[in-house]
Design a protein around this ligand. Structure first.
Ligand code: NCD
Length: 340
């Protein structure tokens, strides 16, 4: 794909070479994200970080990724703080905001809304999550994490066995990840969900058409038994027709250290797009896993920085200038970062 000046709306835009390009640029970003060096390649540029739906890590990491490249961030973090509540159309909002920014990251609760917004925007738009549809930057950081975790175990993404657990119907991170993984060879998908929250049929058809294996189950214990990666998700309560309906699935699948030890292979890597629901009656990923070295959830969030930096650098065509406009960091660096 052509990165320069492009919108990033769906992982369907990427082939394997494009994914490799993003990962190679992400690797170049490691010294900047780990605060070893500073680059100012985007000095003077403005990011419009437009989040019309709740977000912590996606919003903040896109903002930090931009700051780490030297740019300034302007953001809105609530629909009620924007003119959309006054009846303004996505078209008008996009026309206005794209006059103020060099690039826009946008999240919205309606599937397809980011595409509609991008069509009216005068600058590139990155999809930060549109309803239950897609979350491309999350899938890229997940795949980057999977690749690193597999390399550490002398395995490859080709031949991966992944178990996806929970709300596979409304989980956009799962939807984008399944599509991206399908670019690889011989993937085994173990899909674990209640029947009502299965992965939508069109995703299953696409995965199978590309030659991968799919096994569906409503049983956590058997479903996680032979997996390299366990990708656990939260029930997407906000997307259910009613709160009562969402309540039915709360706490249905709970992974804790005892279940992990009993049913998983010893080096199964545990991932989650976060936030995990840590309320007592949910706990899809128990706190007692926090010291498990195979818990990769905070490696995922750290990796989100370099992936988002890479997307900005590729879209704005500054990858070759980063090292030229770089200098060492002078402040104290604690040992807080997983990036290497
Ligand atoms: C996910 C999302 O918003 O789709 N969170 C994230 O961006 N890391 C998953 C979720 O909210 O459960």
């Amino acid at each position: 794909m052509e990165f320069i000046g492009s919108h990033i709306l769906s992982v369907s835009q990427f082939d394997r070479t494009d994914v490799d390009t993003v990962f190679a640029v992400a690797d170049k970003m490691l010294p900047y994200a780990a605060r070893e060096s500073i680059t100012r390649v985007l000095e003077g540029a403005i990011l419009g970080n437009m989040f019309f739906e709740p977000s912590t890590r996606t919003r903040v990491s896109f903002g930090c990724a931009w700051n780490l490249l030297g740019g300034e961030v302007r953001e809105t973090s609530e629909v009620k703080a924007s003119a959309l509540v006054k009846g303004e159309s996505l078209y008008d909002t996009a026309r206005v905001l794209s006059g103020y920014s060099d690039i826009i990251v946008m999240r919205h609760q309606l599937a397809g809304s980011v595409e509609e917004f991008a069509a009216a925007s005068r600058v590139p738009v990155i999809n930060g999550g549109d309803g239950a549809n897609e979350h491309p930057s999350q899938a890229l950081l997940d795949l980057y994490t999977i690749k690193k975790e597999m390399i550490a175990q002398r395995k490859t993404v080709d031949g991966l066995r992944i178990a996806l657990v929970g709300d596979l119907k409304y989980g956009r991170a799962v939807h984008s990840l399944c599509r991206l993984l399908s670019l690889y060879q011989d993937i085994h998908f173990s899909l674990i969900s209640p029947p009502e929250l299965r992965l939508p049929e069109n995703y299953i058809v696409d995965i199978k058409r590309q030659g991968h294996q799919v096994q569906e189950s409503a049983d956590l214990h058997s479903g996680i038994a032979h997996a390299d990666i366990l990708y656990v998700t939260r029930t997407q309560e906000e997307r259910f027709p009613s709160k009562e309906e969402a309540e039915r699935y709360r706490g249905l699948f709970r992974l804790n250290q005892t279940i992990y030890t009993e049913y998983c292979e010893p080096n199964t890597v545990i991932m989650h797009p976060l936030p995990r629901d840590s309320r007592g009656d949910a706990m899809e990923l128990d706190d007692d896993l926090n010291e498990n070295p195979n818990l990769a959830i905070f490696r995922q969030t750290d990796n989100g920085l370099v992936i988002r930096m890479a997307l900005f650098a590729l879209i704005l065509d500054v990858t070759s200038q980063i090292e030229q406009i770089s200098r060492p960091v002078k402040w104290y660096i604690g040992g807080r970062c997983h990036l290497s």
